[in-house]
Write a protein that binds this ligand. Structure first.
Ligand code: SAM
Length: 290
């Protein structure tokens, strides 16, 4: 069975004369078991609308289309469009859009193509060079998605699914946890891709909360502040905020941190989303009162 997907990918590549574009993160998945595991993990049903980022040669698109109501597939590479159209001719419920996912108006496309879907799920073997922007785009801009099942580099998967007070926990983890919970599902060896990437991969499930558990008054300030709090991991939170926002003295910062229940000598990696929201809100309120 595995051979057939691998054989199919190799055949399409040689027959079409398509030249793989590494700069677009083109690593095509060739293992049927892993493709099936991804579709199963995504919980796709005949009522589900699926958004696929980067269908590539269609290896994941075909099983997704077999399970879903509609698949909306965004592919940036125009050269893949005729190849995909041929591969997907038996899958009439796939809408293929030759667009950059980072520039697409996802909410408009969802309203246009997913009118009668019970839920919307994102499923993708991501182009790794833009894993973070894609993830943040879905979390920040598209409010209609219930969950995302995403293949990414193993190291990034560890980071996004990490808990506070671990070496992998960083600004990205906090930004994601603001709106979602993340579960590491399974690892994927580098050997199941053509061409083979330099690192192993993993699949994670991102379950989006309908509303943030701890909503920040000013979300863009919150995201920016979190980023700054992690700018020098080894420094204390006090030193990081003082370096980032020079309008206050060290003593003023120490008392603000204490006021919101944060030990000034701790490091950002020990703080929860709720801690960062309290700090951001305290700063937003004091700015508004100026
Ligand atoms: N889904 C296929 C598979 O699993 O074999 C291909 C996955 S490959 C890792 C990533 C795909 O994303 C490529 O087809 C690439 O051309 C496409 N891609 C890269 N950047 C993109 C972008 N900004 N918007 C949409 N697609 C993009």
């Amino acid at each position: 069975m595995n051979e057939s997907v691998k054989g199919g990918v190799s055949r399409v590549l040689s027959e079409s004369g398509f030249r793989i574009k590494k700069h677009l993160g083109q690593n095509f998945l060739t293992d049927k078991n892993i493709l099936d595991k991804i579709v199963k993990a995504a919980g796709v049903t005949p009522q589900t609308g699926v958004i696929e980022v980067g269908p590539g040669l269609g290896s994941l698109t075909i099983p997704l289309a077999a399970a879903a109501k509609t698949v909306l597939a965004y592919e940036i590479d125009a050269e893949l469009v005729p190849i995909l159209a041929e591969t997907l001719k038996m899958s009439p419920n796939v809408i293929l859009l030759n667009r950059d996912i980072l520039k697409a108006d996802i909410d408009l496309d969802v309203a246009t193509y997913f009118k009668d879907c019970a839920e919307i799920v994102v499923v993708a073997n991501l182009p790794y060079y833009i894993t973070t922007p894609i993830l943040m785009r879905f979390l920040e801009t598209s409010k209609s998605v219930s969950r995302l099942v995403l293949m990414m580099q193993g190291e990034v998967a560890m980071r996004v699914s990490s808990e506070p007070d671990t070496k992998d926990y960083n600004a990205l983890t906090v930004a994601i946890r603001y709106r979602a919970s993340v579960k590491h599902l399974f690892k994927v060896p580098r050997t199941v891709f053509i061409p083979q990437p330099n690192v192993d991969s993993a699949v994670v499930m991102v379950s989006v909360d309908p509303k943030p558990s701890y909503p920040a008054r000013d979300e863009s300030f919150f995201f920016e502040m979190v980023h700054r709090c992690f700018s020098q991991r080894r420094k204390t939170i006090l030193n990081n905020v003082r370096d980032a926002y020079t309008d206050k003295s060290r003593d003023e910062w120490a008392s603000i941190l204490q006021e919101v229940g944060i030990d000034p000598n701790c490091r950002a990696e020990t703080l929860s989303v709720a801690d960062f929201v309290r700090l951001a809100d305290r700063l937003t309120v004091s700015e508004a009162g100026k």
